[in-house]
Structure formats: C-alpha cells, structure tokens
Write a new protein. Structure first.
Lengths: 325, 401
C-alpha cells in the first residue's frame, strides 16, 4: 500500500512539476493536487481537486481521500501573482493555518512536509557567515514574504508540538534557480542591465529546481522530521554571478536601487521587494551539514553549477519563461 | 603564485627565439628563408642604445607599450616549441632601424624594442609567461571564473591585489619587523589575539600581510559589524577573508582549521587618545577565549608596536560621530587640517611580536561555560600582550628609527 500525497499550490509551475514527479514515484500510490485555480500544464496522473485551503473544506478533502502525507508548497513569494499584498498574506498565512488545522483534526495524516525558504533568516550586516537551522533572523522581518514565512514556520512548530505523532519536515530552500523558475531573483538576473548596490558584494547560494523536486520527494517518502537548510554547495558573489552571466551591471547607491526597484514594481517589470534589496546588499549563507547528516540528501547541482544551468537557458532562449509561471 | 594561474596560462611563444625560419625547430634555416634574410647578417649584438633610448620604456609608460606587445601575442601565429625572446621580425626590424636616420618620428622597431624592454622591466626575465599569466588572471576576473569560500574569501584577488598593494607600505614605509614567527602553527586552527591601535585599523592589514608573507598562511580577521555595514569596506573585507566577529563565525572558522585574528579591544583600542598609547583597554567580554576553549585551539598573543604613532589621535568630534553612526571622528595634528595630505600615516617603525601560544586543549570544551575560567584566560592573554608591549617599547630606539 503506497502513500497518498496531497500537494498544495499545484497551479504554480513548481508545484505542478513536483506533483507530476511524485505521481511517477513507485512508493506513492496517489497524488492529489489542490489549488484555487486549475494548473495550466499537463498534470499526468495527478488528480486535481479545486479547493481553497483558506476554508475548512480542505479538511474534508483530507478525510475523503485518506491522505497520509501533506506537502505544503503554496507559500507564494510575490504579491504580483496573487493580486496584491493583502491577498498574498491571506493565502500564505491563513491558508497555512487552515491546512494545519485540518491536519491536526485528521486521523490519517502522519507526515507533513513544508517548503519554507532561507529568506526567513533575513539579511543584515550582523548576520553570521553561515546560518544553521537553530539560528533565527537577527532582525525580525517586518513585512512581505519573509514575515509570512516566519509566521508560517511558527504555526508549523506549534502544530508539531500538538501532534508529536506526525513527522514534520521543514525544508528551508535557498533561492531556487533554473531554466523554468520565475522568481524575483531570476527576474532580476533577466534584466538587460543588472543593478547592484554600490560597495556591497553579497554572497548568494542557489538551489537548482531539480534538486528542490528531489529534496521534497525525498522528504515525502522518507519522512525524516526536522528543519533542514537545503542549498547547493559553495557560494557565488553577486559580482561573480553577473560576470558569469555576461551581462552589464550598474552599481548604484542603495537608496537608488530601492527607488528603481519600487518603480519597476509599479511598472510590473520586476518584483523588487525591500527584503530582496536587503538580500542583494548583505547576502546570506546557510549551513547544509544537517541536510547531509540527518536528512541524507545530496544536491546534484552545486551553487555554481545551478547558476551555470540558468545562464545556459538564459542565453539560448532569452525570452522563454520570462513571464510569470 | 597560484597554481591555477600556471595551469591555464598557455604561453604561445612569439617567434622562433631569434633564428630565421618559420619555427621549424631546425638550427639551419631553409634556403628560402636564407634568401629572404638580408645578406650575411647575424641576429647577434643586441643594441642596448636602441632598447634603452625611448623614455617610454619606464614601467609607468609601460601601459600602452605593453598593450602593443599583447597585440603581437594575439596576432602571432602559433609556432613550434621555442623559448622566449624577440621574433625574427622584431630582431631584423630593430637592426634596420638602427641604420635608418631618425627623420619622421620614432620608427616601429623602436616601439617594439621599447615594449620588450618595458615588459622585461615590469615582469623580469620570464616576462612572456608572466604576461600570459596576468592576462589569464584578467580574463578569469572578467568572466567570474574564480572561487570564493563560504565566507566570501577571494584568495586570488587577495594574493594578487591586496597583498601586493600592502607590501610596499609594510616594507618601505613602516619597515615591519616580525618576531616569534615560530609560534604560528604551520597548520590547523589557531587564534591570534592582538592589541589594536592607530585610529585606522592598518595594524590588522599589516598583520595579515606579515602572516601571509612570513608564515605563508592566511590570517582570517574577525571584524566589527560596522565593517560589514559600510559600503565598499564590507565587500573588500569579505573578499580579503574577514568575517563578522561573532561566536558562530569564530567557532566555525577555528574548527575549520583557519588561522583567525581578533582585536578584542575593538573601537576602544583603536580610537583611544594618543596620551593613552600602549595601554591596553578592556578585552571585550572574553568571547574569543570561549570560542578558543570550545574548539581547543591555541591562543597566540600578538603585540604590535609602532601602530600607535601613525595617526596620533588628539581629539574627537562625538556629536558628528553620532550623527554619522561611527564610533569617533578622529582629529590628529594633521587631519583634517591638511586635507588629504593629513591622511598619510606617519612612517613609524613597526615591530610585531608573536608570543608563545597559550594552549587551551587541556581544558574541556564544556569549561567554556565557566565564566571565571574565561576571565582568567582573558586576563592571562591581556597581561602577556601588555608586558611584551612594554618590553618592545624599552628595546626600540625611537619612534621613527
């Protein structure tokens, strides 16, 4: 008897591809995808259930389908795709709370995998070189994606306390990059001229999209509880990344980059949030020892290789995938 | 010299090393080549006058001249296995030039000779390889084809740029004298603890250079968070191997086997008035000691004499400093009165003495939680440095000699 996996956030490219990959896994019997809008691409053997995780109907889906593994990956990073910051927060935080409430009531669920992000550590000049899973942000995030994720992680920890019989795995993924990824960071690298903050050269860590798929299915099939940083080996500095990309870059004072970012956000060219500005100023590095020792996962792409793959796709098809997926 | 520089710097030698012929490697040129060559002329007798004459041959003028040489390198067809030296073209051109009257400007041959002389001047005898290495270095930098470690340390840039820039300052201006080098372990983690002085943290940079040149290791400094907040300084600091002075980073670096440098006095030490010179301030809260205890690495006390006199701090503008968010705005006898000229440090003579390592591996890592032990070890380190400072001050003849 294989597992029955419920995947949230299937309308987005990464959720859809993960669900498809999971449906092909022999140890997984059935995959159910949940979202408010139907996925655009091919979903293969995945059965799609149109449901909003913000209301209690999700509990019925869990009970009816005998779901034993929940993979929560519908936390969105940009207000643009949701139609405003208010909706984004609602989807992220309230959606997660409802989902966790449903999981707590459910008698069948014994495994929960949450796709979180290293953005939760923030970026500041007081950061240690490498964050381990026990550390928190040096400054609590005040807005945006980072705050949502921070709150969601708090609720997930609360859930893990109340239901100790459920294995909760939290995957803090570094910035996901790859030919098909459309995120604030990949859109930033797709700009014709890359703006940089004058006098700062942040350290960046990337995770290839294939590795994200692999680590999520690894977590869903093995069910090792805990919080894990997941990132490719090594680091790139922003200046190095831009040079490898072969694009011109322009260094501007921080306030000018911030101004440019908000202008671009209004023009819907790129999402350039304050926390991204912090990231592009101070950078961030995470320690992935626990990923290897406890989770037993080894990314197939290093940071540099993941970025090289992204560069290749960018130079061969400059416009493909530039739209929001 | 980094190995990777050698690896990908492929030298395509120019010409055939002075012999006529198209690089066949034969000692005797072909008959066709012999017919082409001017009658009965040996490629002998370098003319020093021709090589020396143009003022462009100085290293400063080497820029454009080197450029033209580089052009030649690119244009030259890949020839066989011959050693460096001017090609036959250069050689014969130069000889023609020597005969020709100087009527319309400087002839091409002179330019080439000047370029070669300039390259020799700048890079030494092995100039062709060195030039190729330099170009490979530039290419790698432009393409981003280099490595940084977890802390953002760019080894290549540090060795080829930062260290090279600091070396003349250390050797010619401050005339660094380094003692007790045998106390730096050849490998493994160790913590160098130093006094801090001089208004501007030049002592840290000089210590990094001294450790690199004399002990052939990289000193990884721990910097205050202000360093990582300031534009430019922050990226330079990370690239040269620094990281934030916090317990997590210190322990990570020490257990990673790095040689870590700390200046526990911090801004209290570096920004103290000139009248309090060589009086050690409080040594932080002893965080460096607990990091060393936890990782079991030796603590190497370092006493720096001479850095106190480079910018004698006689005043401070606390209100302006608060406004700018910096710990102090220095006033020295020359700054800000002389403007940029006041920023030139006084050429004091420096002595760096590395003391005997204080071993911490006898303690249990759990004893790092014992504040009394931490305070005791902190005091021991501080006393050692203070006494060495007094000894060194007694020994030195004068500030500038």
């Amino acid at each position: 008897m294989g597992r029955v996996v419920l995947v949230t956030g299937i309308s987005r490219d990464i959720g859809r591809r993960f669900a498809r990959a999971a449906a092909g896994d022999p140890s997984i019997e059935r995959v159910i995808g949940v979202d408010v809008v139907p996925p655009r691409g091919d979903i293969g053997d995945v059965s799609f259930v149109r449901a909003d995780i913000r209301n209690p109907v999700i509990a019925k889906v869990l009970a009816k389908e005998d779901v034993d593994t929940v993979v929560h990956m519908s936390v969105i990073a940009t207000p643009g795709s949701a139609g405003g910051r208010g909706t984004m927060k609602e989807l992220n935080v309230i959606g997660s709370m409802q989902l966790l409430a449903a999981c707590q009531k459910s008698t069948t669920v014994d495994r929960l995998v949450v796709k979180s992000t290293t953005t939760v550590y923030g970026s500041s000049p007081r950061d240690p070189a490498m964050f381990t899973e026990d550390m928190g942000p040096k400054r609590l995030p005040s807005s945006g994606y980072a705050k949502d994720v921070y709150e969601i992680e708090g609720y997930v920890r609360g859930f893990a306390r109340r239901r100790p019989d459920v294995d909760v795995t939290m995957i803090r993924a570094a910035n996901v990059i790859g030919p098909h990824v459309s995120s604030p960071l990949t859109n930033y690298f797709r700009l014709p001229v890359v703006p940089r903050v004058l006098g700062f050269d942040p350290r960046l860590q990337f995770l290839h999209e294939d590795d994200l798929m692999r680590v999520l299915s690894h977590a869903a099939t093995t069910g090792i509880p805990g919080t894990f940083n997941v990132a490719g080996d090594g680091l790139l500095t922003l200046s190095q990344a831009v040079r490898r990309l072969g694009k011109p870059s322009i260094a501007m004072p921080r306030f000018a980059v911030g101004r440019l970012g908000s202008t671009m956000r209004q023009a819907r060219l790129s999402d350039f949030s304050p926390e991204q500005l912090g990231f592009l100023t101070y950078g961030r590095g995470v320690d992935t020892t626990r990923m290897r020792t406890h989770l037993g996962f080894e990314p197939s792409y290093s940071t540099a290789e993941a970025f090289a793959d992204f560069c290749r796709a960018l130079t061969s098809a400059p416009l493909e995938g530039a739209g929001r997926a | 010299m980094p190995e990777e520089a050698r690896r990908d710097a492929d030298v395509i030698p120019i010409g055939t090393g002075g012999r006529p012929g198209r690089g066949t490697g034969q000692a005797r040129p072909s008959s066709a080549a012999r017919n082409l060559a001017p009658a009965a002329r040996k490629p002998a007798a370098k003319k020093p006058a021709a090589a020396k004459k143009p003022g462009r041959a100085r290293p400063t003028g080497g820029g454009p001249a080197t450029e033209s040489t580089r052009q030649k390198v690119a244009d030259a067809p890949p020839s066989g296995s011959t050693e460096s030296g001017g090609g036959p073209a250069t050689e014969s051109a130069r000889e023609d030039v020597a005969d020709a009257p100087l009527k319309d400007g400087i002839p091409v041959g002179d330019w080439l000779a000047a370029a070669q002389a300039a390259a020799l001047e700048v890079f030494g005898d092995d100039w062709e390889r060195r030039l190729a290495e330099l170009m490979a270095f530039v290419r790698r930098r432009l393409e981003g084809d280099y490595e940084v470690d977890d802390y953002g340390f760019d080894r290549e840039l540090t060795e080829r740029f930062f260290m090279a820039a600091l070396r003349p300052v250390a050797e010619k201006w401050f005339r660094l004298e380094v003692r007790g080098l045998e106390n730096i372990p050849a490998e493994g983690g160790a913590l160098v603890v130093s006094n801090h002085s001089g208004t501007v943290p030049l002592d840290g940079l000089m210590t990094m250079l001294a450790v690199h040149d004399k002990a052939h290791r990289f000193l990884r400094p721990l910097g205050a968070d202000l360093v990582f907040k300031m534009p430019l300084v922050s990226s330079l600091a990370r690239k040269s191997g620094a990281t934030l002075a916090c317990v997590e980073d210190a322990e990570r670096m020490l257990s990673g086997g790095h040689l870590v440098g700390v200046w526990p006095e911090g801004f209290k030490g570096i920004g103290k008035p000139f009248s309090e010179r060589y009086k050690l301030q409080r040594f932080g809260r002893g965080g460096f000691v607990s990091a060393a205890l936890r990782t079991g690495v030796p603590i190497i006390p370092l006493s720096v004499v001479g850095a106190e006199e480079i910018y004698p701090l006689v005043g401070n503008i606390p209100s302006l400093a608060r406004l700018l968010g910096v710990p102090y705005i220095p006033i020295t006898p020359f700054f800000p009165w002389l403007g940029p000229l006041g920023m030139v440090p006084l050429p004091s003579k420096w002595i760096l003495e590395f003391g005997e390592p204080i071993r911490t591996d006898a303690y249990d890592p759990a004893e790092a939680e014992d504040p009394m032990l931490v305070f005791n070890v902190t005091d021991q380190v501080r006393e050692t440095i203070q006494h060495t400072l007094f000894d060194l001050l007694r020994q030195r003849d004068g500030v500038f000699s």
